[in-house]
Structures are given as structure tokens and as C-alpha cells.
Design a protein around this ligand. Structure first.
Ligand code: C5P
Length: 232
């Protein structure tokens, strides 16, 4: 799988998403569709963006009993998306069931990526609310190893963690990394950010870039800059 830039299409509805994508007349970026857009517009927005020729990362972060996740993944697989995700928190058994549901009759399937601990979870919150008393970094690596054991393709993590995840899980285990900002750009609400060039150095396989592209004066130029710095 080649390194690539995924644009986080965090728009509220179909009209603003398609208006944004219409600006790309020469390239077909890999896009991420999250809960907000999916719950607002339903599966038809996925089909429509797919028909336009984009690859799609459907970021719905499933977590439920194995049988339910397996059936839901089968539905997502039929939408012909390229990448989906779930919470590693759901256990290895759930991740294995997800993989089973995702695999199409011809043996192909979208990439399956695990969320380890959400970056919004602090050490303090994890200990207090989840009763997990190990260091957060250890928990992230343990969840990544569980995802690998279940046969998943990789994890969502900070670009800063991409190196250690590869060390623990192998060079071919994918790291999909948000929290990317251009040098000198607005950080927004992200705390630990990395430039596309640095993410490449550390070993990210995919960077997920939202506002630095979607809110840019010239989104196409911003996308091209990200590709140039990250893919080369
Ligand atoms: O606009 P920005 O570049 O911050 O968008 C990053 C995208 O990645 C958003 O869709 C956000 O929800 C997602 N994300 C994140 N941090 C995580 C997981 C997902 O920023 N740990």
C-alpha cells in the first residue's frame, strides 16, 4: 500500500461535501467520511462519492458485540469503501469477527484499521473513568498488537507514534495518522501536531488532513502541497 494523503471531509451535508470535491478537477483525492456526514446523509453519500472515483475511508469506529460488528461490517463492505475502522477496545474476538464480516465472497475486503485509545483520552481520564492504570503509551501499543493479532491492517495513531507502532507490529502494519499541520499553519484544537514531511520521516503510511485543506483559501493547492511534502 502506497503512502497517501486522506482528506477528512468533515462537512455537515451532501451539498457542501460535493461543492468541495467539485474543486478537484484534475485529481481524485482519497477522502475520509465520518459519523457526522454519514449519519446526516446515509449510505447514498458514500455511493455518490465512490461513483465520482474517490477512494473512501469510512470512519465510523464500530464497537459492539462480535456478531453485530460482523454483520455491520458486511454491509459496509458492500458499499465498496476502501478503508473502515473499529475500536480495538472491543477485543480481539470482535476484531476477528469484523474481519470475517468485511471479507467479500471473492476474498477481497476494505482495509481494516483499529482505533487504540482516542487522543482525547488523557492518562488521568483513562485511570479514573476506565480503570486502566497502565501508562497510556503502553496501552496504545498493546491495543495495536491485539489488532495485529486479530489480522487487522493497522491502527489510527499520532504521527509521533508511527515509529513505535511499526517497531512493535512490523513495517507492513499501517499507521493512519491525523494531527497534521503545515509548518507555520493554524494548529486549531489539535495538541500534538506534525508536518506532512515529518510524518513521512517518522513512517506514517497515510496522513489524515482536515482543516488545513478544507478551510484553506485554495484547497486544491493545499492538497497538492500535502501530497508533495508527504508522498514526494
Ligand atoms: O481538521 P483536522 O486536520 O484536525 O482533522 C483531523 C481529522 O482526523 C478529523 O476528522 C478528526 O476527527 C480525525 N481524528 C483526529 N484525531 C484522532 C482520530 C481522528 O483528529 N485521534
Amino acid at each position: 500500500m502506497n503512502r497517501d494523503v486522506i482528506i477528512a471531509c468533515d462537512f455537515a451535508d451532501r451539498a457542501s461535501t460535493l461543492a468541495f470535491l467539485d474543486r478537484f478537477t484534475e485529481e481524485k483525492p482519497f477522502v475520509k467520511i465520518g459519523m457526522e456526514l454519514f449519519y446526516a446523509e446515509g449510505p447514498e453519500i458514500v455511493r455518490e462519492i465512490k461513483r465520482r472515483g474517490h477512494r473512501i475511508f469510512l470512519d465510523l469506529k464500530l464497537c459492539d458485540i462480535p456478531n453485530t460488528v460482523m454483520k455491520a461490517m458486511a454491509v459496509l463492505s458492500r458499499l465498496d469503501v476502501d478503508m473502515v475502522n473499529l475500536h480495538a477496545f472491543g477485543t480481539v474476538e470482535m476484531m476477528r469477527a469484523a474481519l470475517k464480516g468485511l471479507t467479500r465472497p471473492d476474498g477481497t475486503r476494505p482495509l481494516l484499521i483499529a482505533v487504540t485509545q482516542l487522543t482525547s483520552t488523557s492518562q488521568e481520564r483513562m485511570e479514573r473513568d476506565l480503570l486502566i492504570e497502565k501508562p497510556l503509551s503502553e496501552v496504545v501499543i498493546h491495543y495495536a498488537k491485539c489488532a495485529r493479532e486479530a489480522g487487522l491492517d493497522g491502527v489510527v495513531c499520532s504521527p509521533l507514534e508511527a515509529g513505535v507502532v511499526h517497531e512493535a507490529c512490523g513495517a507492513d502494519f499501517l499507521t493512519v495518522t491525523p494531527g497534521v499541520r503545515f509548518a507555520g499553519g493554524d494548529v486549531g484544537d489539535q495538541v500534538r501536531v506534525t508536518t506532512p514531511a515529518r510524518a513521512r520521516e517518522i513512517g506514517s503510511d497515510f496522513i489524515v488532513v482536515g482543516r488545513p485543506i478544507t478551510a484553506a483559501d485554495d484547497p486544491v493547492a493545499a492538497y497538492r502541497r500535502a501530497v508533495k511534502e508527504f508522498v514526494g
